[in-house]
Every structure is written in structure tokens, then in C-alpha cells.
Design a protein around this ligand. Structure first.
Ligand SMILES: [Zn+2]
Ligand SMILES: [Zn+2]
Length: 427
């Protein structure tokens, strides 16, 4: 509105008081009033004696004026703005501006919808995670409480056993005491009535008391106290660890599934690649093309976790394979071929072998990799087992039977000769 009224007053300012149109060739008189050149000339020619200003009536000695070029330009501009072409262009400009804003509005609304959906998703997943964490802690609490009950029951049983023994000792001694009491009374009686007692009877009386009571060797209270001392939290934590599920599974390599170039430690927990292959019996379970091996343990249900030492190897692949993978062919490790794996290449490049591969950027190079297989959820998750930081999760994992999968890759002389090891939880 302000723009409009400004526009109008500008137009009024630029309007000639004689013809009431926009100035044409505006000129300025000495009184500073403006008129069209032809208007003022016409006005003056129309017979007035002394030239004067039609607005303020000031009279001038001669018919003189000054051409006002700046004003001419301004008038031209205002005139152009009023033209049909200009109006049309302006309308088009406004329409374009409106359309652009409407389009942006649609974009903002769409983004707002997406963000609100994200908020809902976040809340939902947070709730699920919250429940999951509380469930797991409830399990831990239960395990801990059960351990506590078991330890206390053990203590109570020990106490009861010792008490029973000590009570038996007390009872035995009490019986002995009463036997001795009777003996003493009898002997005292005999003493007081020496003349009436048969000497024979006195002679047959043994000097030593006839009653004997066997008690336990000296009870050791200190030993009893010591039996429940030491680093109790650590002792109980170790006991508790046995009940945790899943705890790291003690896997071993299955040499019969291994490529002929792979050699194993005696306990089948370490594997390395040697370029010269010793002769091995061929069987359909053996990988023929790549230096791969599976573990002897396979899974078709439940949740399983295992840890693999990769140390400072320069390349490796590990994860999960479907039992049914083609072991005779050289195939790409990807979910479509029944492999859900992580790989290291060139010492520092970590990849998840999805299709296409996803580059991972762990905070530090993992030396021990944890693999978590959840058969029911259909997920395979990888961790840096050093600090249990999450590396990657495969979803929609599906197979009839799953095998822990390993590839040492080639040793490349001695560069990558460090064995890959299956970690067993040792406490
Ligand atoms: Zn005029
Ligand atoms: Zn004037």
C-alpha cells in the first residue's frame, strides 16, 4: 500500500499543472515550478503581457526557463512503468515469484512431513531399544540374584553341616559327662562306705574312665572365615559369566572345509596361508578356489557370538556364509551369493561386502573382530571386540544353516602371514 501511494504522489509530482499530464520536455521557471515546455510557451503566448508562473503568479522579466534533463529522465521512467507492456512484464514477474514460493512451500511441507516421520521413527526405535536394554539388564539382574542365592545357599549348607557336627560333638560330650557323673557318684559312694563294699568290686574297677567320646579335630574358625574372603566381586563375576548368553563361542576351524593352502595349529584355532600346498584329500566341502575355511560349528537357530583375532594382518575376510555356498567356484563375497562378510584390503581399507560395497571408517584398526549372528532376526553384526564398538550390521540375512566364515587371504611373502585366530574366552 505504501508503495502504491508513493507511486501515486510521485506521479502527481511529475504532472504538469497546465495540461494535467505527465511532463513532456519539462522545464523549470525561476520560481522553481515545472511545466511542459509547450504548455508554458502556450500559456505565455496566450496573451499575457508579462510572463508569469501559472502556479505562484510570480512575474518574470523575460520568457526564460531552464530545461530539466534529470526530470525528463524520471518522467520517461514513470511513463514507461504505466505502459501495458510493462504492466504485463510486472504481472509475469509477480506470477513467477508466486509460483516459485508455492513450489518452495510444497518442498518445505514435504521436508517437514519427512522430518516428522523421522521423529516418530526415532521415538519408536528408542522405545524398542529401551525395552531391549531393560530386558537384557533384567536377565543380568536375574543371573546375579540367582548367583547370590546360590552362594548364600552354599554358605548356609556349609554352616548347617558344621553346626550339625559341632552339635553332635556337644551331644556326645554330654552323654560322656553323664556317664562320668554316674561313675563319680558310684566311686564316691564306695569311698564313703568302704567297710560295706566288697573288696572284689573295688579291685575290678578300672582306674581309667570307661567312657570315650570322639569329637572332630579342633574346629578352625579362621579357615571357615577365610573360605569366603578374597576378591569376591571378581569371583562372583566369573561365576556369573558362565550364565551369560550368548557368550563368545569357542569355535574351531574345520580343516576339511579349508583350501589346500591353509595350515592349522594343532588345536585348530589358528590358520595361515602357505603358497605351497601339501596334498590333502579332496571332498565336496572343501573350498577349491579361494583360501577360505569354515568353523566346525554351524548354526541354524538362536543367537551366537564369536571373536576372531586379525592382529596386524594386512588383508582378510570374515563373517558368515550359508552352508550351501558353492565351494568349487570362485564367487564374489556378497549377500546374493550367501556371504555376509567384512573385509580388510591394503592394510587400512575396511569394507562391508554388501552390493555395492560400503566403506567403513572405524575409529581405530580392529585387532579382534566380534561377529554376532542372530538367526531369528536375520542379522549379522560386526564389532571391534577391543571396545565392542559397532562396525556394521547386515539385515535380511537368510539361509537354512549358517557357518562362521574366514579367509586369511594370501600371505604375500611374509606381509600377511600372521595367523588368523579364533579367540576362546579364557578366565
Ligand atoms: Zn503540460
Ligand atoms: Zn511559480
Amino acid at each position: 500500500m505504501a508503495g502504491r501511494s508513493q507511486d501515486r504522489s510521485l506521479r502527481e509530482e511529475l504532472t504538469c499543472a497546465i495540461c494535467c499530464e505527465l511532463f513532456s520536455e519539462p522545464v523549470m521557471l525561476d520560481c522553481m515550478h515545472h511545466f511542459c515546455k509547450t504548455c508554458i510557451q502556450g500559456y505565455w503566448a496566450s496573451g499575457t503581457r508579462v510572463p508569469s508562473c501559472p502556479q505562484c503568479r510570480r512575474e518574470f522579466p523575460s520568457r526564460s526557463f531552464r530545461t530539466h534533463y534529470l526530470l525528463s529522465g524520471l518522467v520517461e521512467k514513470v511513463r514507461r512503468c504505466g505502459s501495458v507492456g510493462h504492466q504485463h512484464r510486472m504481472r509475469k514477474h509477480l506470477e513467477d515469484a508466486l509460483q516459485a514460493r508455492q513450489k518452495e512451500m510444497e518442498n518445505f511441507l514435504q521436508r517437514k512431513r519427512v522430518t516428522q516421520e523421522d521423529i516418530c521413527g526415532l521415538m519408536k526405535v528408542s522405545g524398542e531399544l529401551n525395552f531391549k536394554i531393560r530386558t537384557q539388564f533384567a536377565c543380568l539382574h536375574q543371573i546375579l540374584e540367582e548367583e547370590e542365592r546360590a552362594v548364600l545357599a552354599e554358605l548356609a549348607q556349609k554352616e548347617a553341616q558344621l553346626l550339625a557336627q559341632l552339635h553332635r560333638d556337644v551331644h556326645g560330650l554330654e552323654e560322656g559327662i553323664s556317664v562320668l557323673q554316674r561313675d563319680i557318684e558310684r566311686i564316691e559312694q564306695a569311698l564313703s562306705k568302704m567297710e560295706e563294699v566288697s573288696l572284689l568290686e573295688v579291685e575290678s574297677l578300672d582306674i581309667r574312665p570307661s567312657v570315650r567320646v570322639e569329637t572332630q579335630p579342633a574346629f578352625d574358625l579362621e579357615h571357615y572365615r577365610d573360605s569366603c574372603s578374597g576378591p569376591l566381586q571378581y569371583i562372583f563375576w566369573r561365576r556369573m559369566l558362565r550364565s551369560i548368553c550368548p557368550a563368545p563361542a569357542p569355535l574351531t576351524f574345520d580343516p576339511e572345509s579349508a583350501h589346500p593352502n591353509l595350515v592349522f595349529s594343532r588345536d585348530l584355532t589358528a590358520v595361515t596361508e602357505r603358497s605351497r600346498a601339501p596334498p590333502v584329500p579332496m571332498n565336496p566341502r572343501r573350498f577349491r578356489q579361494c583360501v577360505n575355511v569354515l568353523s566346525s560349528q554351524t548354526f541354524d537357530s538362536g543367537r551366537h557370538y564369536w571373536e576372531v583375532w586379525v592382529g596386524s594382518k594386512t588383508k582378510w575376510d570374515l563373517g558368515v556364509a550359508a552352508e550351501a555356498v558353492d565351494r568349487a567356484a570362485k564367487v564374489k563375497l556378497c549377500p546374493e551369493n550367501g556371504y555376509w562378510t567384512l573385509r580388510l584390503r591394503n592394510r587400512t581399507e575396511y569394507w562391508a561386502t554388501t552390493t555395492p560395497w560400503v566403506r567403513l571408517t572405524p575409529r581405530r584398526a580392529p585387532r579382534k573382530v566380534g561377529v554376532f549372528l542372530d538367526c531369528r532376526e536375520g542379522t549379522v553384526t560386526f564389532f571391534d571386540a577391543g571396545d565392542m564398538s559397532h562396525l556394521f550390521t547386515f539385515h535380511q540375512v537368510s539361509a537354512e544353516r549358517y557357518c562362521p566364515f574366514f579367509s586369511t587371504c594370501f600371505s604375500d611373502g611374509s606381509d600377511n602371514m600372521e595367523p588368523m585366530r579364533l579367540c576362546h574366552l579364557s578366565l
